[in-house]
Each structure stands twice: as C-alpha cells, then as structure tokens.
Write a protein that binds this ligand. Sequence first.
Ligand SMILES: Nc1nc2c(c(=O)[nH]1)N[C@H]1C(S)=C(S)[C@@H](COP(=O)(O)O)O[C@H]1N2
Ligand SMILES: [Mo]
Length: 352
Amino acid sequence: MVHGGHPLNAETPPHLLRESFVTPVDNFYVRCHGNVPGVDPGSYRLEVSGLVERPLRLSLEEIKELPKSEVTATLYCAGNRRTELTEVHPIPGKVAWGTGAAGNARWGGVLLRDVLEAAGIGEGVRHVAFTGLDRDVESGTGAPFGGSVPVERAVADGTLLAYEMNGEPLTPEHGFPLRVVVGGYVGARSVKWLSGINLQAEPSGNHYQAVEYKLFPAHVTAENADYSEGEMLGEIPLNCVILTPENGETVVPGLVPVRGYALAGGDRRVVRVEVSADGGGYWNEASLLGDDGPGTWRFWETTLRLSPGPRRILARAFDSGGGAQPASVWEIWNFLGYANNAWHGVGIEVGG
Ligand SMILES: Nc1nc2c(c(=O)[nH]1)N[C@H]1C(S)=C(S)[C@@H](COP(=O)(O)O)O[C@H]1N2
Ligand SMILES: [Mo]
C-alpha cells in the first residue's frame, strides 16, 4: 500500500504481514524522507569521527572483514498507527500509516560496537550520531537524514551495521550498501545509506532527532510548538496489533481465529497478549508463538466464539517490565502523531 512515490513510502497490508515471522523483503514497509540514493559500493566509504582516538574511513570490504553477526530485529516506524490518532484530531501533512509500518528481518552485518572499538571511544562520549547519504525532501532542508542513540545502546548486542537483509545484500530502498539497525528503538534511528558515525556529548542535531520524532503533550499544536521542547523518541513503546481479521471484514459465526503481532521496546519482552470481544469486559489470553528475544516482535493467536452481529475485537499486550498499554487514543494524542500504542481494535461483521 503506497502512501507516496517521492519520497517513497509504503506499508504492508495486515494479512501479508502475518504470513511470515520474518517479513520478505518484497513485502517490507519502506519509509523515506528524501530520495533513494544510488550508491557505488566501490567508492563507498564510512567515516567514523568525533570524540574518537582514531578517526576511521572504511571501505565496504574493510567493514566486511570484521566478524559477521546476524540479528533478528523488528523495524517499527514511530508513525505506525497514526491514522487511528486522527480520530481525535486531524494530523495534516503526515504519512497516514495504518498498522503495517513494521516488519521483522534477519540482518547480517557487523556489530556497531566492533567499529566503535576499532576507532576507540573517547572521553565524554554520550551519544552516537548517524548520517545518511540521502537528501531530505519532507522538511525542505535538503540535508541528509540522521539521528542518534545513547552510547549504551550503540554498543549493545542488538545494534548492527547491516549489509544484508534476509540473507541478501540490502536493496536500494532499505539502505544499500550499509545501514544501522537498532533493535528495540524506533525505526528512525536505524539510518539507511549510512555515510558517517559521529561520537559526541549531545544527541544528534539533525532535523529528525532535534525537531521531528519528538513526543509532545496533547495541548501542544503545530502553531504553538517550541520544538526545542518535547521528548526525543527512543525505545519503541509497547504495542499490539490485530492483523486478521481485518477491519470491515465479514466472518462466519462460530470459532473465529484472531492473529497479530506484539512488540516491546528496549530490552523488554512481550509476556502476555489479551483479546476481548466485548469491548474490554472479558479478556481471553492469546497464545504467544516463538520468542526471538528483545527487539523482535512476537506473533500471537487465539480463537473467539462469536455469534452473529457487528463485533469490535480488541487486543492489548503486557511486557516484562510490567508495562501495559493505554486503553484509548484519547489518552496519547500528539500533534505529530507518533507512538500510538492504544489498545488496537478492529470492527468486523459476524454473519453471512
Ligand atoms: N537515511 C535515511 N535513513 C532512514 C530513513 C530515511 O528517510 N533516510 N527513514 C527512517 C525511518 S523513519 C524508518 S521507520 C526506517 C524504515 O526503514 P525501511 O524503509 O528499511 O523499512 O528507516 C529509517 N532510516
Ligand atoms: Mo519511521
């Protein structure tokens, strides 16, 4: 489902997303703020600079000589489920994501930690900033996309410089030849077409760290926002989505399978998913399938016995930190439309 050709933005329809735990590259959502740069792998260089003992300028070959790691990690766009937030108040000028700006892949590459250690992490380093090779269209600045993560997350096991996605070289849309993958963090920090890594005391000053991808309280609007305020998004908020049945679907009365994904942020894990067919009065515990650890979504399923009539099915998750989700979008509306993790609902018709 394409939201725009330039910049290229597309999401995965719900039933396709639920087909496989590892999302095929062809079905994987794409989120771009500018062009898709064509990068020549031969002349490509990655610069590592800032508060380091030895600045580095690495070719792709030199990067591939470092020990290879493989990580399963879910990319999750902070704007996923924005459309549901517009029920409270319109969010003009922003991509109208449904539930498919998320995908799970097997990433191959090198640990960011290994590259940072080769450069030598200098004194006073608090943040690791990434810059891409694209030219931004959305903000009108024409500057490359960028963002940062705290140094503790940069050296964690789930943070990779990836050159492979599901066993193949990255495709142009997903960041060829090299991208960052930060498990447990919003997708915006997983910078594609990576050109530079800078070690610094402060978070990145890039538009997409310092201005966008920030969370504001409900009383702040586009007109009165002070963009130096607001909380920079980092760890993915706990979330749970029903993928089948889909909104508006008609199902046969009797036993109806309900399936979806759930995802926790940081190092937390999804420990329980509950599904309700009566507006949240009674909750059935769903079965959680598989567990690839933090940073990776969990698929879940349950079966509800449904009699004819219109029904609204709700789902919610709980994480290993005791975290739970807000019941309604009214509790979390924000004018940029990020981090919607209210209980997810689909309206279906039981009958036929
Ligand atoms: N250089 C660059 N990196 C980027 C972006 C971008 O526009 N430019 N978009 C970010 C956002 S907001 C998300 S959600 C993910 C999406 O990754 P994908 O397109 O591979 O699914 O990439 C991130 N990395
Ligand atoms: Mo995103």
